[in-house]
Design a protein around this ligand. Structure first.
Ligand code: SAM
Length: 264
């Protein structure tokens, strides 16, 4: 397990290229189709399970989400989301009662997983992308989670919504580090939330698309440290997770980022 903090330790892994590829992998287990403002919607079921133990059936949890054929990135599930949801599944016993905020959630598979495991969840996406906020809402509907709040939260903006947030325990961010010009905005928002609770952790997955970008200097600047979590430690080092065809052959990395002065 590699740890990066304040310039010490190994170089932070390379992050995303300028943009992710426009089309996601096709949903592989459609449950039906219905319209979303004229766009085709396929409902997909992700089925997370654990190996049965001696004399006991393994736990199973299903998450249903919409996948919308739409050009906006938040309208379908990215490979990173399944890996992050698998991490949550592995840590499900620690989630009940935790305050969890997902940023750049889109379909919000990880946030929905956290809510189904008993966390108090707020989902968010850019306040300038109402379709993405609507798809957050659809995900909640499909999983019968009326208690989950949805807010517009644009990275780097000091909005009323951000200022009014209660302290959070865990921040979720799946495939948000793909546009280097956004990295600092994301960390600004995270830093603000770290001021409210210095023990908050950012659980984030990113897709390796380019060797050119790194978070190291920004983490140092914002007084944060980062631990790289090996995928095999939570059974995510495979092409098919939760009975889906994701993450496929995409290279996904899992990070836990926290305030540098706090010990992980
Ligand atoms: C690659 S998609 C990932 C979606 C989802 N987290 C997943 O992994 O399936 C990036 C997400 O970031 C959101 N986003 C893009 N720019 C944003 C911004 N400036 N502030 C907040 N969210 C943003 C997009 O709407 C989209 O939902």
């Amino acid at each position: 397990m590699a740890t990066w903090r304040r310039g010490g330790g190994p170089r932070a892994r390379s992050l995303g290229a300028r943009r992710p590829p426009l089309l996601p992998p096709a949903p592989d287990s459609p449950l039906g189709e219905r319209g979303f403002r004229g766009h085709v919607v396929r409902a997909q079921c992700f089925r997370f399970s654990e190996e049965p133990g001696p004399g006991a059936e393994g736990a199973v949890l299903e998450v249903h989400v919409p996948q919308v054929l739409h050009l906006q990135y938040g309208m379908y599930v990215w490979p990173c989301a399944v890996v992050l949801a698998q991490y949550l599944w592995f840590h499900r016993r620690s989630l009940p009662g935790k305050a969890v905020l997902e940023i750049g959630g889109g379909v919000s598979l990880p946030g929905i997983m956290a809510a189904k495991c008993g966390a108090e969840v707020i989902l968010s996406d850019s306040s300038e992308l109402p379709h993405c906020l609507e798809v957050c809402w659809q995900s909640c509907q499909m999983n019968n989670l009326p208690q989950v709040r949805i807010i517009g939260l644009t990275w780097g903006h000091m909005s009323q919504e951000l200022l009014a947030l209660p302290p959070q325990d865990i921040l979720l961010a799946s495939d948000v580090f793909f546009e280097p010009e956004d990295f600092e905005d994301i960390l600004t928002t995270v830093y603000f939330l770290m001021q409210k609770n210095p023990k908050v952790q950012l659980w984030s997955t990113y897709q390796v698309r380019s060797a050119d970008w790194s978070l190291e200097a920004l983490l140092y600047k914002w007084d944060m440290k980062c631990v790289h979590i090996p995928l095999e430690s939570f059974d995510a080092d495979k092409e098919n997770i939760a009975e889906s065809a994701l993450p496929g052959r995409h290279t996904v990395e899992m990070l836990v980022i926290s305030f540098a002065k706090d010990s992980l």
